[in-house]
Design a protein around this ligand. Structure first.
Ligand code: IVH
Length: 673
């Protein structure tokens, strides 16, 4: 069918609008309305029409953002106002001192509100819009002159080609926005895997990868790179749409620019300092690298009065954390056999200080991961620490130390000598021997610490009892006597009696904790609780088929199979029977029976920070009406409740399963009903 020229023009306009709209929903709001395939159909139709009607070509068409012709070097462009840089502070004291200085300069008692934003570790850009249309994009360069990378920037989906204006609003004659192009960590890993597979040089870090991708002479290469952008402010503009930075961010977001949802406004320096502390560890939850928090004076009037010194604004500071990485020598790779039989390699390091703490051990994940990073005994390695998390070995500092060899998992269990197995599709090597001494010991440690939380009975005591051959199984723990403890060095009558009392008190722990403690494969806290609620007792659970187990919230076929498999084992059934005869709970009690209510049968997941509830309060309120609240979105989830700064995996999960998303307001309506 050939369409007439006017029909084609109309359809092209409509398709451009649709494609832009869906790009905006996808990249800015993170709330796509249509599937990728539907989006591709729209895009392809537009491409075909533009091909057939070259007279309809337009620079701002979304199709221009992929596969544009190669640029010939980059033209230099003069920035309309200099792109400055930020002065650093590294301690809360110096941050507070800066705020004091700001107050002194303003020379009055006027309040100074501040805005904190993540400092994105990417590549700075300037985007110039004329009458709402992107006409030029440039790198920072030396701050005065940058390179014109418009064609490349157009290939990035999150770069807005045309402002999204509220109905009836005239576009600003000129508006320059500034931001940071970055490569999400997931995309960075994939890119490096791809480059490595093609035998090409990999990128050392996401920042270099982003900067390098942006400066590709062939925009098709940029287009194939997973890049995104956060807009963090305005450059040149005519007529200010806002009085404060905070309002400006809001204004930009409402017009389609991708501004970072983690920005926050503060009335006090304490609140800013708390944010800086919080993100020091939480930054590892993000899918992009940040190297600090930018703190800005909110009021534009105050910003103007503060001015700049050598292109560094007095109204902003970059708060940077102490480096959380250090280099040291990897002395030896050890193997610990965990409670599920998994062989966990860990690194013994030459002691080194990382972010104020001495580190001498670090986790290594599995053989595949160690070999992908090519970490070897004897290498100098980069160690990373993240808050309370166990330090990790990030990778070797190349070249390898002379005489080093690639790491191999031992073929035999280092403890019992059994042949190690690596189940199909799993990354972990396992010791298949259920009687492997380490397994029983690790299960006991898990039982007293994580599952039962028995006061005064910890890893050390369990190890001693194990070594002495006194307690080598879970039931044996409950047969331990005060006399046996007294015979152990260091235990007097009183402390021994206390420990025995605590052990016996643990028999009152609810059913789900017992389930968790039994060390059933793939059964963590949340699953144990859901199983307990679903079946109510061990008898119903043991009588259930794999299909019936799959009906439990958060349990898929693999997990159901593992659970059913565990309970079909005679030895495990005997263990259950023995623990039961010792008086442990194998059914849900009054206190942990689910409540019946208007939301019975419904299940919710909460993500992000809610304004009027803590997460625990929201959870308790939902549970009081009979709903279940779980940790991850599955096809059984009724709704995802989204607060500020929601977790990416949960939002993605909801998109995948088509789970409805609820705002805090909708949650309140739900609770009020
Ligand atoms: S505001 C005068 N906000 O950090 C400069 N910059 O050293 C004001 N950056 O290359 C910049 N995240 O691109 C600002 N949230 C953020 C930022 C940010 C990253 C970069 C910026 C510049 C460098 C300044």
């Amino acid at each position: 069918m050939t369409s007439s020229a006017t029909e084609a023009a109309e359809r092209v306009a409509e398709l451009r609008r649709l494609v832009e709209y869906h790009l905006y929903r996808y990249h800015v709001l993170d709330e796509p309305e249509i599937s990728d395939a539907e989006y591709d159909r729209l895009f392809d139709e537009l491409l075909a029409l533009e091909d057939a009607h070259p007279e309809l070509a337009a620079d701002d068409s979304p199709t221009r953002r992929v596969g544009a012709p190669p640029a010939e070097g980059f033209r230099k462009v003069q920035h309309l106002s200099p792109m400055g840089s930020l002065e650093k502070v590294t301690t809360e004291e110096s941050l507070a001192k800066w705020v004091d200085d700001v107050r002194k300069r303003l020379d009055s008692d006027e309040p100074v509100a501040l805005v904190s934003e993540p400092k994105i570790d990417g590549s700075a850009i300037s985007l110039l819009y004329e009458r709402g249309v992107l006409v030029r994009g440039a790198t920072r360069g030396d701050g005065y002159r940058g390179e014109d990378v418009t064609t490349n920037l157009r290939t990035i989906r999150a770069v807005l080609p045309r402002m999204v204006l509220p109905a009836g609003e005239e576009p600003p004659a000129v508006l320059e926005v500034r931001g940071e192009v970055y490569m999400p960590l997931s995309g960075f890993r994939e890119l490096n895997e791809r480059l490595a597979a093609e035998g090409k040089k990999t990128a050392p870090n996401p920042r270099n990868a982003a900067a390098g991708s942006l400066r590709q002479l062939n925009p098709a290469i940029t287009a194939a790179r997973p890049l995104s952008v956060w807009i963090h402010g305005m450059g040149h503009h005519e007529g200010l749409p806002a009085d404060t930075h905070w309002e400006a961010l809001q204004w930009l977001r409402e017009r389609g620019f991708r501004t970072n949802p983690l920005a926050a406004r503060h009335e006090t320096i304490e609140s800013v300092a708390e944010t800086c502390r919080e993100w020091e560890t939480r930054r590892l939850e993000l899918d992009y690298e940040i190297d600090g928090i930018v703190v800005k004076v909110d009021s534009f009037d105050q910003q103007r009065r503060l001015g700049a010194l050598h292109d560094r604004p007095r109204w902003a500071r970059a708060f940077k954390w102490a480096p959380l990485t250090a280099n040291t020598k990897l002395l030896k790779i050890h193997i610990r056999v965990g409670r599920t039989g998994a062989l966990n390699p860990w690194a013994q390091l030459e002691p080194v200080e990382v972010g104020g703490v001495t580190v001498q051990t670090a986790t290594l994940h599995n053989e595949e991961d160690i070999n992908r990073k090519d970490i070897r005994e004897g290498d100098t390695v980069i160690v990373q620490r993240a808050g309370d998390v166990i330090p990790q070995v990030v990778g070797p500092v190349l070249p390898h130390a002379p005489g080093t060899e690639p790491f191999r998992m031992p073929a035999q269990c280092p403890l019992c000598g059994a042949d190690v197995v690596k189940p199909e599709g799993e990354a972990m090597h396992r010791c298949p021997n259920r009687r492997c001494p380490s397994r029983g010991l690790e299960t006991l440690i898990h039982w007293v610490q994580a599952a039962m939380d028995i006061e005064g009975v910890g890893e050390q005591l369990v190890r001693r009892l194990w070594a002495a051959g006194i307690v080598t199984s879970l039931p044996a723990l409950y047969r331990l006597t005060k006399e046996q403890l007294v015979e152990l060095d260091g235990y007097g009558e009183v402390s021994a009696q206390k420990a025995i009392d605590a052990i016996h008190a643990s028999k009152e722990r609810p059913f789900y904790r017992v389930l968790f403690g039994l060390n059933i494969p793939q059964v963590g806290w949340v699953t144990a609780r859901n199983i307990a609620r679903h079946f109510g007792s061990i008898d119903t659970l043991m009588g259930a088929t794999q299909e019936q187990i799959e009906e439990v919230e958060g349990v898929g076929p693999d997990r159901a199979e593992a659970i059913a498999g565990w309970f079909s084992d005679d030895e495990n059934r005997a263990l259950v029977a023995e623990l039961r005869s010792l008086g442990l709970r194998f059914e849900v009690g009054e206190h942990d029976r689910p409540v019946e209510g208007p939301l019975s049968g419904k299940s919710y997941v909460i993500t992000g920070t809610l304004e009027d509830f803590s997460r625990e309060e929201a959870k308790a309120a939902l549970e009081a009406l009979g709903a279940k609240v779980s940790d991850s979105v599955s096809k059984k989830t009724t709704g995802l409740i989204v607060g500020e700064s929601p977790g990416g995996s949960k939002v993605k999960g909801a998109q995948k399963h088509g789970t409805p998303v609820l705002t805090e307001r909708e949650l309140k309506t739900l609770l009020a009903r």
